[in-house]
Design a protein around this ligand. Structure first.
Ligand code: GDP
Ligand code: MG
Length: 730
């Protein structure tokens, strides 16, 4: 027997707990976050329950069905055009009034709606009492209390949803918002023309269409014209007349009047169903905000949190990093001793283990960084950070909301670019997308750790912090530049959503961290592995190199030279002298071998490619190996380090081999700084570029971003390096 299918969509304000419920129902692990706009695309999952196959759709959070942002458009189109069997409106019970605005609009569609009064626990602790029965009666729909994060009430909710889907009853018309007489008259008039002229051409019901048209809804208007041709034009004409009359009557746009009336309707409901007990009204969130968003101390606290985040990332991360490093070294040594010399062994040790190994040791750092970001999101602090940054963001003509994608950019630019969808204005979005890659992503961190660790050992942390700050400054300057040239326009006023603080759930934070960590590991197995092998191949071939010097003859010469000395030492039984001679010999030989390796590398394919590009990097103080590493970073920034691991690692037996060879390659603190600046600013990785193309919807902006970031990187690195030399640094 086949189960019956029912589609259930979850709608609701941002942060009302949709994704939490979705995860509980479907058992999947979508990311939950305590700030607006985590869900930007709809997600689907299928479960079998109570003898039905339920398709659950998690819609992006919206406050209304007016097309102000991409998310609202996605959610609205879905509700209206795909018409799920049941719509669960997830209502933040602790914030009833605001949630009901969307609810009243959903009631205007033809969907079967059921309310989930989520955050029932929060409402209770705030002393809010909601009369669910009354609410259900007033709006004529089922109401269920739920506590998303404790999985309470979910089963009842599903049961009711199935019942509703199966019920034959018509959707009650009478429980909808009644507008004032003039407006209702216009709606009715318009509704009639719609039914006459374009009946069946649009997937919406006629009352809803009429309401939206009266509100001058851009998208609905476009659709009417598109679908109904001349008849559509007639209707547009009619709307204009009706709107004009209403404006005359109210001295205000009809949409304003209608919004007010909806709030009036809501106020009525609230009066009926909500009682607040006086005792419990102290709002903890508000008290916390008195400190955390305080005009003077809020900002230092914010800086402290960010500083603490990086501190934790590096200091705590150092321990597991050592362990993994030892593990990688052990594996490498194992293969070294067991495998016979062959090309395969070379590939395994110098290609795969060296390449992937040099990146995987940063997994702990990256996990800690993601853990902290997840913590900020889940507690609600992220939104406060945006609020605090609002003033500063205005300097580049953006508002605080743009700061959230930018902060996420410290983790990874891809979700950061996608997160810009929460911004209402197209220009703001593009501007934010263009500057987000300057927020140094976690993949660039390994490069800094290697370079700063090698050249600024004790001050490495400070140098890395300064690099991050430099990225932020670059973002600000670029932002200002774009705002006054390419993307002119004023920032739209807005209210920053400040969700209540919540104690973070360890499970949610861990899941969240792991989801992103998994991405990193997948990259390891995929693109970084392939990249490492390709880079190894390019550096291991061609095999038959004509060396400029006969290295084996030189080694033999050294051996012969020391042989004699050793004999003399042996004769005089000077064991101490013998040991030091032995050491000298070793050193002399390894010096020759190093020179041989260097020449081999130079003559490999990789060396030849590097040499071609060398003139481009020379003014930045970056040698051809660094240049090659930067070129490979286009694929993914982690590969910069694995390339360096392969190109520089000459003497594996020694500890800190990479650092030593980097130093011996002639790199200086100044050129290391220049290289870090270049890595910070230059073109984003393939995945980010794809995201930019997708989110801006234009190749033009994509290419602009590539060209702009790379030229800025070059110029900045040039200034750092040449400027540094001018003032006598090296
Ligand atoms: P969405 O934006 O609607 O998808 O909301 P999320 O599912 O991302 O949830 C936002 C936050 O609210 C998360 O931190 C959840 O853990 C938390 N949350 C969800 N439901 C409840 C609830 O019933 N009670 C409490 N106290 N927290 C909840
Ligand atoms: Mg969500």
């Amino acid at each position: 027997m086949h189960n019956k299918n029912i589609t259930i969509a979850l709608a609701g304000n941002p942060n009302s707990g949709k994704t939490t419920l979705f995860n509980n129902i479907t058992g999947t692990r979508q990311k939950v976050g305590n700030w607006p706009g985590v869900t930007v695309e709809k997600k689907e999952g299928i479960v079998s329950k109570h003898g039905y196959d339920l398709k659950i759709v998690d819609l992006p959070g919206t406050y209304s069905l007016t097309p102000f942002s991409v998310e609202e458009i996605i959610a609205r189109d879905y509700v209206l055009e795909e018409c799920p069997d049941v719509l669960i409106d997830i209502i933040d019970a602790s914030n009833l009034e605001r949630s009901l605005y969307l609810a009243t609009q959903l009631r205007e569609t033809d969907c079967k709606v059921i309310f989930a009064l989520n955050m029932a626990d929060v409402a209770r602790t705030r002393g809010l009492k909601i009369d669910a029965e009354k609410l259900s009666e007033l709006l004529d729909l089922p109401v269920v209390f739920t506590i998303g994060n404790k999985n309470e009430g979910i089963d009842t909710l599903l049961q009711k949803a199935i019942e509703l889907a199966e019920s034959e009853s018509e959707i009650s018309q009478k429980r909808r918002v009644k507008y004032s007489k003039d407006i209702e008259n216009s709606i009715t008039k318009l509704q009639r023309s719609i039914e006459k002229k374009i009946a069946g051409k649009l997937p919406y019901n006629s009352r809803w269409t009429a309401i939206k048209l009266l509100e001058d809804d851009r998208i609905v208007k476009e659709r009417v014209v598109q679908k109904a041709g001349d008849n559509g034009q007639d209707i547009i004409q009619e709307i204009q007349e009706l709107r004009k009359k209403l404006i005359d009557r109210f001295h205000e746009e009809p949409e304003m009047v209608m919004t007010d009336e909806r709030y009036g309707f809501i106020a009525g409901i609230i009066k009926e169903v909500l009682t607040t007990s006086q005792k419990n009204r102290i709002d903890i969130s508000r008290n916390i905000d008195l400190v955390l968003t305080h005009r003077f101390i809020g900002f230092p606290i914010f800086i402290f949190f960010i500083w603490a985040m990086f501190q934790l990332t590096f200091s705590l991360g150092a321990y597991p990093m050592d362990w993994i490093d030892m593990g990688v070294g052990g594996i490498s040594a194992l293969f070294e001793s067991f495998l016979p010399d062959s090309l395969l062994k070379d590939l395994l040790i110098n290609g795969i283990i060296a390449g992937v190994g040099s990146v995987i040791i940063f997994l702990p750092n990256i996990l800690i960084l993601f853990f902290c970001i997840a913590l900020f999101e889940d507690t609600g602090y992220m939104a406060r950070a945006a609020f605090l940054m609002d003033k500063i963001m205005h300097l580049i003509g953006l508002h605080g909301k743009s700061f959230i994608p930018m902060l996420m950019g410290f983790g990874c630019s891809v979700p950061a670019v996608i997160a810009t969808r929460t911004l209402e204005s197209e220009k703001d979005r593009i501007l934010t997308i263009l500057i987000t890659p300057f927020m140094s992503c976690s993949a660039k961190l390994p490069v800094y750790i290697i370079l700063a660790g090698t050249f600024f050992s004790a001050k490495a942390g400070t140098v890395i912090f300064a690099i991050y700050i430099f990225g932020i400054i670059a973002a600000f300057i670029s932002g200002r530049l774009f705002r006054f040239t390419l993307l002119k326009g004023a920032d739209a006023p807005f209210v920053m959503e400040l969700p209540p603080y919540r104690a973070p759930m360890l499970k949610s934070v861990l899941i969240h961290m792991w989801d992103r960590g998994k991405m990193f590991l997948k990259k390891m197995g995929g693109i970084i592995l392939i990249g490492s092998v390709v880079i190894w191949a390019l550096s291991a071939f061609p095999r038959n190199i004509q060396y400029s010097v006969d290295y084996s003859a030189e080694i033999a010469g050294v051996n012969a030279l020391y042989e004699a000395e050793i004999k003399t030492a042996a004769r005089t039984a000077d064991s101490f002298g013998m040991k030091s001679i032995e050491e000298e010999r070793e050193a002399a030989i390894s010096k020759i071998k190093l020179a041989q390796d260097a020449e081999k590398m130079e003559k490999s394919f990789m060396g030849r490619i590097g040499k071609k590009f060398a003139p481009l990097f020379a003014p930045l103080g970056i040698d051809w190996r660094g240049g090659v590493a930067l070129l490979t970073g286009f694929v993914a920034k982690e590969i910069v380090v694995s390339t360096m691991g392969i190109l520089y690692a000459a003497e594996e037996e020694e500890e800190d081999a990479l650092q030593k060879t980097i130093i011996s390659s002639g790199m200086t603190p100044l050129s290391a700084l220049s290289m870090m600046i270049f890595v910070l600013l230059y073109l984003p990785c393939i995945a980010t570029i794809a995201a930019i193309k997708h989110e801006t919807g234009s190749l033009k902006w994509m290419f602009f971003s590539i060209a702009y970031t790379t030229s800025l990187a070059w110029v900045a690195a040039f200034c750092v390096y040449q400027g540094g030399r001018l003032i006598g640094l090296n």
